[in-house]
Write a protein that binds this ligand. Structure first.
Ligand code: C2E
Ligand code: CA
Ligand code: CA
Length: 758
């Protein structure tokens, strides 16, 4: 009997020792208290073992001391372990902890005094089954020991009870297992003490208890907790998750899985069927797969990614699988929206410039043998639409054009909005029917319900002869073509040709040469006489000519429109105005009454303060302002009207005579005429001669002249080529005349010779 117990005790001591070392090596926060607890369990077991083995009184007494002091140490370390395991800091309960520690220390101290006072116990021998054992006879010191040890034990027990009650369900397991262990050990201990034989078996219970502590605090992984956490995470994941066992039976799905298929957990067996009715491809036969799929049609299309993974055990045997389904519909819609916004114009919903260029590039490079064209078109005087009808109407026009394009375009066309009022189209055609396009666009009118407005569109076409040219250049060429018809009323479509390319080159060439040309006096003033109704020369109009070193004599038509487009006309005009002032200042005697009319381009107003500029010249050359007549065209009054009226007023107040050039050739006409500060109207015969019916022209002329008279304006008719015209105009009451019939524009010296003749 003794031998068996000894063997069991030795075994327990060894196991506890090993576990203590293992606990020590653990990184857990309870490692130290657990390791210490296991060591302190060894002490009473050793004491008990000595007691059991020994038949010698002294040895038995040593065994008893070891046992009791060990029990106290055990109670001490159990309390310490309890605090650590339950996550209680002794610092927060200092007083209670110190009281327990003090009682335990006192217990040890009183044992140390037992050899002297014998107050705790003394040893007596007994014989059981013929074997000699020493048993102790307890005194009051022993009673104190039991109370203190039980108190420490009970305190630990209570802490565990409270903790078990308070913690969330998933953590309870961790506490109640220890709690039960402790209760069982307590019962076992009490039983052994009160009903035990000569050998104290309670130690075996304690040792098992210590090993369970070790297991639960160091080795145990709370799988239930882990399970619950993983399930919670998986449930809330944005993906739909389905878990299958090895035989492909669905064993679990998360909330989004249930939403996706519209099922609840009762329908686990139905999941594979529902999945295959929703998705066309479920990776038949494959273990791990990924696919992107869509379901539904049109606006109800939904986009998914599906991913299946097989789960294997340590030996790579399949134990199940899971399917992860992500709904990308919102992402796809957002991406589509972003793509749309990045490539489309907000106002019209057409492709924007970059997207149009890109689409044209792709189309042309796909089938480069097709006869492709690009068209550039814009609205004539779109600014006027905005100014007169307001921006809302302007926007409405652009939207109307976009709609018109959508309705009238063939599916093969690519079109978009290039800039403000400019649109671009790319289409395939062997030979675009320009006449038909002309007819179509000339009928383009808009209405906002109350106001109707005819919109004039001009189109430039470019045939893509080389698909490798950059698309912006193609549209630039179409725009070059468009610019050639921009000022035209009769035809609206132009096809880019080499002449236009030459024009562009010409524009660039002369623009680069202008500054030098002015400096070297290649630009020369020509004067064309203006006569009164008796045929007497009373003044002239100054007209520019360019005597070009390489290209010879250039009439204004060759360069004035070019410089009007790029704004360089201001330099030409300033120079011509100076020439006019120089001439006027040089004329003395009778000639000092002659006047010179100068031309002011509408563009001049953008580039300088026209009034100050001319005023400064007049002062510099000391000329009477009435000798410098100012010719402006109707288009000057098309923008910034109030400001322009102010400028004309200033001219008149300073003594200049202001004439409206080319009256009747543009817009405005009668409506504006009443507000315009003018002295005279200049009417060009050529605008009238283009009319079909001469009689009509004559009538118009008669009425214009009469109106001018009634408005208190003098009239000047230019382009007079024949005596008949002169006589007729004279009879109609025209005041002044200019035209080839009298003289062509001539160099300054010729003009001076002419007037010298009288
Ligand atoms: P404009 O101001 O209307 O000038 C009158 C044009 O009619 C001149 O053409 C003149 O030579 C032409 N002309 C005069 N009498 C007759 C005639 O009996 N029959 C015909 N068929 N034509 C006649 P030009 O000099 O070629 O000038 C053309 C236009 O160039 C001018 O029209 C004017 O708009 C512009 N221009 C000429 N010089 C200047 C200038 O110094 N500055 C600006 N801004 N424009 C100028
Ligand atoms: Ca003129
Ligand atoms: Ca004119």
């Amino acid at each position: 009997m003794r031998d068996i117990f000894t063997l069991v005790f030795v075994l327990l001591i060894v196991i506890l020792g090993i576990c203590s070392i293992m606990a020590r090596r653990s990184s857990k926060s309870v490692a130290k208290p657990v390791s210490y607890l296991l060591v302190t369990f060894i002490v009473p077991i050793t004491g008990n073992m000595i007691l059991t083995l020994s038949q010698d009184k002294l040895l038995s007494t040593i065994g008893s001391y070891t046992y009791f002091i060990g029990m106290t140490l055990m109670a001490f370390s159990l309390f310490d372990f309890t605090l650590a395991y339950c996550g209680i800091s002794w610092k927060n309960h200092k007083k209670k902890c110190y009281a327990i520690y003090a009682l335990l220390v006192l217990d040890i101290v009183q044992y140390l005094f037992n050899p002297f006072f014998g107050h705790a116990f003394n040893m007596t021998d007994i014989t059981v089954d013929g074997e000699l054992y020493y048993r102790l006879v307890p005194h009051w010191g022993q009673a104190y020991h039991r109370i203190v040890v039980y108190l420490a034990f009970l305190t630990s027990l209570i802490i565990f009870v409270v903790k078990t009650i308070r913690v969330p369900r998933v953590y309870k397991e961790k506490y109640y297992i220890i709690l039960i262990t402790m209760i069982l050990a307590g019962i076992w201990q009490s039983y052994s003490i009160f009903f035990g034989g000569p050998i104290d078996r309670s130690m075996i219970g304690f040792a098992i208890c210590a090993l369970l502590f070790f297991y639960f605090s160091i080795l145990f992984r709370p799988l239930k907790l882990l399970d619950r956490m993983l399930a919670n995470i998986a449930s809330q994941m944005p993906e739909a998750l389905f878990f299958f066992d090895a035989s492909e039976r669905c064993i679990w799905f998360n909330d989004n899985g249930s939403k996706l298929l519209g099922v609840n957990s009762d329908t686990l067996d139905d999941i594979p069927r529902r999945l295959s009715s929703m998705f066309k491809d479920l990776g038949e036969g494959q273990d791990n797969w990924f696919s992107r799929q869509s379901t539904g049609f049109g606006d109800n299309t939904r986009y998914f990614s599906l991913e299946r993974h097989v789960v294997t055990d340590a030996k790579e045997r399949k134990i199940g699988s899971f399917l992860n389904i992500q709904d990308h519909t919102a992402d796809v819609h957002r991406h589509q929206r972003e793509m749309y916004e990045a490539t489309h114009d907000k106002l019209t919903g057409l492709l924007n410039r970059d997207a149009l260029f890109q689409s044209v590039k792709e189309k042309v490079s796909q089938k480069s043998d097709m006869p492709y064209w690009v068209a550039y078109f814009d609205i004539k005087d779109f600014k006027l639409v905005n100014d007169i009808f307001g921006n809302t109407m302007g926007d409405f026009v652009l939207q109307k054009i976009a709609k018109w394009l959508r309705v009238h375009s063939s599916s093969e066309w690519i079109f978009g909005r290039l800039t403000g009022d400019a649109f671009g189209i790319c289409f395939a055609s062997d030979n675009p029917n320009v006449k038909m396009v002309e007819q179509q666009i000339s009928k383009f009118s808009i209405t906002n319900g109350t106001v109707d407005h005819n919109i004039l569109i001009h189109v430039g076409l470019y045939k893509i002869t080389d698909p490798n040219i950059n698309v912006p250049i193609m549209f630039d060429r179409a725009k070059v073509a468009l610019n050639t018809v921009k000022g035209e009323f009769s035809h609206h479509v132009a096809i880019y040709d080499d002449k236009m390319r030459d024009q562009v080159l010409w524009d660039q060439k002369i623009s680069a040469q202008l500054e030098k040309a002015i400096k070297e006096r290649q630009l020369q003033p020509y004067l064309q006489p203006i006569v009164d109704n008796s045929g007497k020369i009373i003044g002239s109009e100054i007209l520019v000519r360019w005597i070009h070193p390489q290209d010879g004599f250039l009439p204004p038509i060759k360069f004035v429109p070019v410089f009007e487009r790029n704004g360089m006309i201001a330099d030409v005009d300033k120079y011509m105005w100076r020439c006019a002032c120089e001439a006027l200042a040089s004329w003395g005697g009778d000639n000092s009454k002659l006047f010179i009319s100068i031309n002011i381009s509408p563009k001049d107003f953008y580039f300088m303060d026209v009034y100050s500029e001319i005023m400064a010249l007049v002062k510099e050359y000391r000329i009477d302002p009435s000798r410098l007549r100012v010719e402006i065209t109707e288009s000057v009054m098309m923008t910034d009207i109030e400001n322009r009226i102010g400028i004309l007023n200033k001219f008149r107040e300073s003594g200049f005579i202001v004439e409206m050039d080319d009256f009747g050739s543009g817009y405005s006409s009668l409506n504006q005429l009443k507000d315009m500060p003018l002295d005279g109207l200049k009417i060009d015969m050529k605008f009238l001669s283009s009319a079909i019916n001469d009689k009509r022209s004559e009538t118009i002329l008669r009425y214009v002249l009469r109106m001018s008279q009634e408005l208190g304006l003098f009239s000047l008719t230019e382009g007079v080529e024949t005596k008949e015209q002169y006589d007729m105009l004279n009879e109609m009451g025209c005041n002044l005349f200019q035209g080839y019939y009298f003289a062509k524009p001539m160099p300054l010296d010729e003009f001076e010779k002419l007037i010298a003749k009288g």
